[in-house]
Design a protein around this ligand. Sequence first.
Ligand SMILES: Cc1ncc(CN)c(N)n1
Length: 227
Amino acid sequence: MTHDYGMTFPRLRDAAGTVWRDYTHHAFVEGLRDGNLPREAFLGYLVQDYVFLIHFARAWALAVTKSETLEEMRACAATVDALVNDEIGLHVKTCAAAGLSEHDLYNAEEHPANLAYTRYVLDAGHSGDFLDLLAALAPCVMGYGEIGARLGPVADDHPYADWIRTYAGADYQQVCRDAGALFDGAVTRRLGDAPMGTPGWTRLCQRFTTATRLEVSFWDMGLSFGG
Ligand SMILES: Cc1ncc(CN)c(N)n1
């Protein structure tokens, strides 16, 4: 499946092998698709995902500081904005309907799977360079883009219509295309026109695949809330 998320992303996705499918076709995702995911699993996941997005936005803010060009800074800053001002609105609205305030969400205790993922991404940025960080960030952005595109469009009475529409929607798909263009430009700038085969490329593949595995663990965590 291709959604015009640039050239770098599909190469890293292919290098990740079956782990990518484990993530994008996980039982949790299939439960969202057919509507049979238990509500407790969804809400437990959503609370954790709110906290995830807070730390994920911190990681994109770190990417602003690791940028080498104004164009890179602007693209990373726009992603911080999309996370804390758009995507998170889904979580706030859905959880409010279930009786949870944003204060409750912000102060929720982090599940170890959540902690492992977000701190891995932040560490990729602290211990590595801009590309290390982008490679760790990419599975999150583009994976949900692929999932949303596959699960949408959806009927109004689907139990997970809001979630699916958020990721299938034009705004989120644009975030994915912008991130893909950012990634392509950053790779060309730092690794040249033929990045595959460079030592830097091998590291990117490792970062991307590890972050994808952490996405699988995140869905596993979500299912564990289902009782
Ligand atoms: C764990 C996770 N991964 C990705 C996304 C999509 N931004 C998300 N909300 N949560």
